[in-house]
Ligand binder design. Structure first.
Ligand code: SAH
Length: 245
């Protein structure tokens, strides 16, 4: 069954309410009725089951029956940093990495990234990305929203990454294959993916100085969005919840 995202404010002891498009969807499309069961999440790792009390296209009122910590979240705190690409590619990345259990996403500017001009433009983009993340969460039944960070410059990304125990920079000129690193005490990882034009060598050198190892994704050149998805899947396999190790 589809999982609905409810805000903390819409959650009150043993009651919850759903408004807006979701209420309309529940009423008109799913045609749920009083007494029907419904699954929900707060977007911060907790799931709820509930029973519908009242339905209208504007408002659904629910009694919460049970609450549990989600089983869909990885034990790995995984941050993906991608150089700024064209809009539709960024949208696609958010959809895919939500499915792959990524914890947070940092878009960044570097020498060859695509610029996003104007402060307002950035604010609008972030809102749009957050909407995509919410929709993607419902589809894949996750319980934690991907945290979307405001765009950073490359130096800020390097500073942020100091807090992560495993640091992977994917670089097409690297000949180091990815193979199972031993998880550190703190199971966190950060992944760097460059722009379509690639990283400049100088950027890879600075990343290395900040504790990144550069890795290859094989002999073919992948599109940045393919590389991002592929890298997150492989790392979730090595250190998170997509493999048997
Ligand atoms: N312009 C470059 C390719 C850039 S691909 C060229 O034509 O050579 C965009 C990003 O995807 C790269 O910066 C890198 O982070 C990642 N990437 C693509 N293919 C890769 C590979 N085979 N190994 C490692 N990283 C790769």
């Amino acid at each position: 069954m589809q999982k609905f995202l409810i805000n903390k404010e819409a959650l009150n002891a043993d009651k919850a309410v759903i408004h807006g498009q979701d209420a309309k969807h529940i009423c008109k499309v799913l045609r749920l009725k009083p007494q029907d069961a419904i699954s929900m999440t707060d977007g911060h790792g907790t799931d709820f089951t509930g029973c519908i009390d009242q339905v209208s296209p504007e408002l659904v009122q629910i009694s919460i029956l049970s609450e549990k910590k989600s089983l869909t979240e990885s034990n790995l705190d995984l941050t993906l940093c991608t150089a700024m690409l064209k809009h539709n590619k960024m949208d696609e990345i958010i959809k895919q990495i939500t499915q792959l259990g990524v914890t947070r996403w940092i878009p960044f500017y570097c020498k060859r990234s695509i610029p996003l001009s104007g402060q307002n433009r950035e604010k609008k983009q972030i809102e749009r990305w957050q909407t995509i993340a919410r929709e993607s969460l419902k589809q894949c039944r996750r319980s934690s929203l991907v945290e979307i960070m405001p765009p950073m410059d490359f130096q800020q990304v390097l500073v942020f990454s100091k807090g992560c125990s495993h640091r992977f920079a994917f670089w097409e000129a690297s000949d180091r294959p990815l193979s199972g690193p031993v998880p550190g005490e703190d199971n966190s990882a950060v992944v760097l993916i460059g722009p379509e034009g690639g990283f400049e060598e100088e950027e890879i050198r600075r990343a290395a100085e900040s504790g990144f190892m550069s890795y290859s994704l094989g002999p073919r050149i992948l599109r940045a969005e393919t590389a991002a998805v592929c890298a997150c899947g492989l790392i979730q396999y090595l250190l998170g919840d997509m493999g048997g190790c």
